[in-house]
Design a binder for this molecule. Structure first.
Ligand code: NDP
Length: 298
């Protein structure tokens, strides 16, 4: 068996087109467009690249994009003031504070200061609670992208056994909650899980969000299972005597593709979906704030 490839790159491109259409319709009917404000503290090179990409794609779909670049020494109070300014700005519908924040800033306090309806990352405690109780929430972008791809491939996820490897607040836990809301039987595995290969072999769906390159091996996968690889790991390898960089996931792709029924590649899988879902979430936030019907992205 050779697995079908679930192309996040293609799915994200289709989702961005849907967002572009929605934004254009909203502009015609309401005379305004969704605005996404990104706050970056410090000059972490990886964060700067993410913020630049987000701004570029935000503009491409017709939305308003604003970047707030703050010094790495900014005080927690100054950052809270900046968040309050965008919280009360009617032209802003989505607020994203790029993580990680410097050590002197309390990240959870900052996230919880964002107006929940504008919390397009879905990390505010209100949105976490709404998702956990099956209510209308802002859903974190990476797990939302995984869910879109899973629903597109399977149509109905009800009754499937899902194993989520990783229990972070930004990926593993919301992913497990989303799958539970879709009536999957969900197991959340982590670093203390015993006999992880055996746990994974029970899964119809594996979502790997571990942060260890090529961690999930082919013989951990039930034949025909769907594998969603969230991991983004930069490794180096030898090619004709030179060391070259390479991006790999948390799943051993070459082994998994021979066993799985479907798999997301790295790069080109979950990664592109994350920013596309941020744009979708910002459009959803705009609709909720303006009391207009929100789009169904599926
Ligand atoms: P975290 O480091 O926050 O969480 C990793 C999780 O993996 C933890 O729950 C940890 O368990 C678990 N884990 C670690 N070692 C093992 C092990 N040996 N066996 C089983 N579980 C283990 O990572 P994130 O959730 O933030 O990210 C996970 C991956 O996803 C990373 O590669 C990251 O780069 C990528 N990522 C990709 C995104 C995208 O857009 N595609 C977005 C966000 C992340 P414990 O809780 O017990 O420590």
């Amino acid at each position: 068996m050779v697995a079908s490839i679930i192309s996040g790159k293609e799915f994200a491109s289709r989702l961005r087109k849907k967002v572009t259409t929605q934004v254009s319709k909203l502009k015609s009917s309401l005379g305004s467009v969704p605005g996404l404000d990104v706050i970056l503290v410090g000059n972490n090179p990886a964060s700067e690249i993410y913020v630049k990409n987000k701004a570029k794609q935000t503009i491409e779909v017709g939305m308003q994009s604003t970047k707030h670049m703050l010094s790495k020494n900014v005080s927690e109070d100054e950052l809270l003031k900046q968040i309050n300014t965008v919280n009360i700005d009617d032209s802003v519908h989505g607020i994203l504070v790029q993580l990680p924040l410097p050590d002197h800033i309390n990240t959870q306090k900052i996230i919880n200061s964002i107006e929940p309806t504008k919390d397009v990352d879905g990390f505010h405690i209100s949105n976490v609670g709404l998702l956990a109780t099956g209510q209308k929430a802002m859903i974190p972008c990476t797990p939302l992208g995984c869910l879109f791809m899973l629903k597109d491939y399977h149509q109905d996820l009800s009754g499937l056994n899902a194993v989520v490897v990783g229990r972070s607040n930004i990926v593993g836990k919301p992913m497990a909650q989303l799958l539970l809301n879709e009536n999957c039987t969900v197991t959340v595995a982590h670093s203390k899980t015993q006999d992880l290969p055996k746990v994974c072999r029970q899964a119809d769906i594996i979502v790997a969000a571990v942060g260890i390159p090529e961690f999930i091996r082919g013989d951990w996968i039930k034949p025909g299972a769907t594998v969603i690889d969230v991991g983004i790991n930069r490794i180096s390898y030898q090619d004709s005597g030179t060391t070259k960089p390479k991006l790999v996931g948390d799943v051993n792709y070459d082994e998994a593709i021979a066993v799985a029924g479907a798999i997301t590649p790295v790069p080109g899988g979950v990664g592109p979906m994350t920013i596309a879902c941020l744009l979708a979430n910002t459009t959803t936030a705009f609709c909720r704030i303006n009391n207009v019907e929100e789009p169904s992205w599926n």
